[in-house]
Design a protein around this ligand. Structure first.
Ligand code: TRP
Length: 340
């Protein structure tokens, strides 16, 4: 993939407590991509999409806490704010001017088809409620705000999970409609980039790792919490000496997503030949997790207790972000309002 001089942008919504599935599946590859982009002279943009959380989060103290946690987490996990543009969406008001303009070029039908809105409607219908019950315009127009996030930087590529592909396509369609309308390239058409590692780390019960299932291995948990989660990974009761197919074993799936290749190979061999017990594997997994996660947890604790340092990075990022968005907004605005 040619990242040279490209603008690569990703937004992260503030969420609850992070788990290792978030880290190994999404955050780690995103941060590594940032390093690669920087190395070839591209622009890497990584921001906290706090306005995108307002449609479902009306507890302001909780929203502030979630925003702080996600910002501290990204820094702790290796995002370099000197290499990546790192800011809070709410600190870049130009984005909202952008959003208002985009509204005028977005067919309402696009929003009816957006999966977040559709899922909310389906839920209402299933409950026998009016289809739009409890649905606010923040949820309905979510993809337009996201299009502003993307289009405002002349973004080339947006790395996203599968669930966000539709949103990037909507942004591309809106930009295409605007360019067609004015007969020139007003806005750059973005592309989505789905992560190579599409395997999702399963939770301790074999379902997708998710807080709502209570099957997570926490990312910044204490050693005791990690131990409890790892020891709770579901196993079967086959005899220790029976040769097993590693691909059918949940514990191995988690091992493969977390431990270094050498150890993964050793465990794979042990399972295939028989003789390596689940208890031993869990101990290796726990030791590997503690070794990898302890420095991350320490850095996270540091940033949470020295939050002013995080705030300072975010402020610098917002100033820089505004200076990048301003000319793109002016180009868009001048075109639409006939000022040029
Ligand atoms: N909607 C994304 C999510 O739920 C977050 C997001 C907001 C985003 N704006 C973005 C992602 C722009 C990529 C680009 O994860």
């Amino acid at each position: 993939m040619d990242l040279k001089n490209k603008v690569i942008l990703t937004g992260v919504k503030p969420t609850g407590t992070l788990h290792i599935g978030n880290y190994f599946g999404a955050i780690k590859p995103a941060i590594e991509l940032g390093h690669q982009v920087h190395a070839v002279g591209g622009t890497h943009v990584m921001f906290v999409a706090d306005y995108h959380a307002v449609n479902f989060m009306k507890d302001a103290a909780m929203l502030a806490q979630m925003t702080r946690e996600i910002a501290a987490a990204y820094l702790a996990l290796g995002l370099n704010p000197e290499q990546s543009l790192f800011y809070r969406q709410s600190d870049v008001p130009e984005l909202f001017e952008f959003t208002v303009l985009l509204n005028n070029f977005t067919p309402k039908g696009f929003m009816n088809k957006a999966h977040g809105y559709k899922a909310a409607v389906d839920k209402n219908i299933a409950k026998g409620e009016p289809q739009d019950a409890g649905i606010n315009m923040g949820l309905y127009t979510y993809p337009i705000l996201m299009a502003a996030d993307i289009l405002a930087y002349d973004t080339d590529m947006v790395p996203v999970g599968k669930d966000q592909v539709q949103h990037v396509e909507i942004a591309a369609d809106i930009a295409g409609a605007i360019n067609a309308c004015y007969g020139k390239q007003v806005l750059k058409i973005p592309q989505y980039l789905t992560q190579q590692h599409t395997e999702v780390l399963p939770g301790t019960d074999g379902r997708k790792m998710s807080k709502s299932y209570g099957n997570v291995i926490p990312l910044f948990g204490t050693d005791a919490e990690l131990k409890k989660a790892v020891m709770g990974i579901k196993t079967d009761c086959q005899d220790i000496n029976v040769p097993k197919n590693p691909d059918e074993i949940l514990l191995f799936e988690i091992v493969r997503g977390v431990l270094p290749t050498e150890q993964v190979n050793e465990i794979e061999e042990g399972l295939r030949q028989g003789g390596m017990g689940y208890g031993t594997i869990k101990k290796m997994l726990l030791a590997g997790l503690i070794e990898q996660l302890t420095p991350l947890r320490d850095r996270y604790d540091y940033y949470m207790t020295h939050y002013e340092e995080v705030e300072a990075f975010l402020d610098v990022g917002a100033t820089k972000a505004r200076s990048l968005v301003r000319p793109v907004l002016n180009r868009f605005k001048d075109t639409v309002l006939g000022r040029i």
